[in-house]
Design a protein around this ligand. Structure first.
Ligand SMILES: [Fe+2]
Length: 324
C-alpha cells in the first residue's frame, strides 16, 4: 500500500458563506498592552525615494480587462504589484522590528485568514501611528502606486502584524490562507531576514481571481510548484512589497525553522474612496460584528467626506499631483 505524507506546505483557502457569520459571533478581542515603552518615531526613518531597480507588474498581467481597472480619467490606477522597495531606512526598519517583536505577546490566534496576528496596531503603537501619518512616508507610498494614499479609515485592518512560527505540540501551523484582502493598497514589510527562517513564503497567483476560483483545488494543492503561483522576493528586514490585495490572491506558507514577522500597512485613496473593495462580511469574522459595525460607519463617513476625515485624524492632506 502506498501512503502519502501530508503536504506540510499546503495552504488552504479561506471559508465563505455561513462560516463567516459563525466566526463573526465568536471573535476574541486583540490584546491591548497596559504599558508600552517604545522608541519614538523619527522623520529621518523614512527612506530616500525614488529607488532604482524596483520591479512592478500591471493589472493586465493578471488578466484584468481595461473595464475592470480601478481609477478614473486623469487618475489611472492599475499597478498590481511592486517591490521589493524600502519605505524605511535600515535603522528605522530595525527599530520597527524590535517594537513588533515586543508586541507579539498581545497577538491573537484566529484561523480565518492569518493564524496569528495583531490588528489595529495604530491603537497600541505611537511609533506606528506616527509612521503612517508621516508626510514623507505617505508621499513615497503614493509615488510608488501613482495615486495619493493616506491611512485607512478601517482602523482594525489598517495596520496588522503577522507572526509565523513553527507549530507547537501538533497545533496547526501559522499561515495566511489563500485569500483576497478587502484592502486595495497593501504594503507588506518583512521584519525578518530571509536567512532567519525556512518557509513563511509569500505566494501569489498571477492570474484573475475568477480563474483561481475555478481551479482552487489544483492551485492550493500545487502551491509554489503551480506554474502561475509565484513567490515574492523578500530578502532583508525592511523589504516591502506592494500588492493590490483585493485583486491578487495570495497566501503565506508555514514556517518550519526560525520565525518570520511581517507588518501589513493598508492605505486608502481619498480620491477613489468609492472604489474601496472592503466588504462587511469579509471584516466581521476577523473583528466581530459589533466592532465591524462601528468601523463601517467610519469608512462610509471617510468615503463621503475625505477632507473632514483627514482633519479629524490629523492626517496630512497631500497636495494633488504630489505623486509625480
Ligand atoms: Fe492579505
Amino acid at each position: 500500500m502506498i501512503t502519502t505524507a501530508p503536504d506540510t506546505n499546503r495552504v488552504a483557502a479561506i471559508t465563505t458563506g455561513l462560516d463567516r457569520l459563525r466566526r463573526s459571533l465568536h471573535t476574541a478581542e486583540d490584546g491591548v498592552p497596559h504599558h508600552l515603552d517604545e522608541p519614538s518615531w523619527e522623520p529621518g526613518f523614512v527612506a530616500d525615494f525614488p529607488q532604482t531597480g524596483v520591479g512592478s507588474t500591471r493589472m493586465a498581467a493578471f488578466d484584468y480587462t481595461t473595464a475592470e481597472l480601478h481609477g478614473r480619467e486623469g487618475l489611472p490606477d492599475d499597478l498590481a504589484m511592486a517591490g521589493p522597495v524600502e519605505l524605511l531606512t535600515a535603522q528605522g526598519a530595525q527599530v520597527l522590528r524590535t517594537i513588533c517583536r515586543d508586541l507579539k505577546a498581545c497577538a491573537v490566534h484566529n484561523d480565518y485568514v492569518v493564524s496569528h496576528r495583531l490588528r489595529n496596531v495604530e491603537a497600541v503603537s505611537p511609533f506606528v501611528r506616527a509612521m503612517v501619518r508621516d508626510p514623507a512616508f505617505l508621499r513615497n507610498a503614493s509615488r510608488l502606486v501613482g495615486v495619493p494614499l493616506i491611512p485607512h479609515p478601517l482602523r482594525n485592518a489598517g495596520v496588522q502584524i503577522n507572526y509565523y512560527e513553527p507549530p507547537v505540540d501538533g497545533a496547526d501551523p501559522a499561515v495566511a490562507k489563500w485569500h483576497l484582502d478587502g484592502m486595495n493598497y497593501v504594503f507588506t514589510m518583512t521584519l525578518s531576514d530571509h536567512t532567519e527562517h525556512t518557509g513563511g513564503d509569500y505566494l501569489y497567483y498571477r492570474g484573475h481571481p475568477r480563474d483561481f476560483d475555478i481551479h482552487r483545488e489544483e492551485i492550493t494543492a500545487a502551491g509554489a510548484s503551480h506554474p502561475d503561483v509565484h513567490t515574492a522576493s523578500f530578502q532583508h528586514v525592511g523589504d516591502t512589497v506592494f500588492t493590490r490585495g483585493s485583486r491578487v490572491y495570495h497566501a503565506v506558507t508555514p514556517v518550519s525553522r526560525g520565525d518570520r514577522i511581517t507588518l501589513a500597512v493598508s492605505l486608502f485613496c481619498p480620491l477613489l474612496g468609492d472604489q474601496d473593495e472592503n466588504r462587511f462580511w469579509h471584516s466581521a469574522p476577523d473583528d466581530g460584528l459589533l466592532r465591524t459595525l462601528g468601523n463601517w460607519r467610519e469608512l462610509r463617513r471617510a468615503v463621503r467626506r475625505p477632507a473632514a476625515y483627514c482633519r479629524r485624524e490629523g492626517i496630512p492632506i497631500l497636495p494633488l499631483g504630489h505623486t509625480a
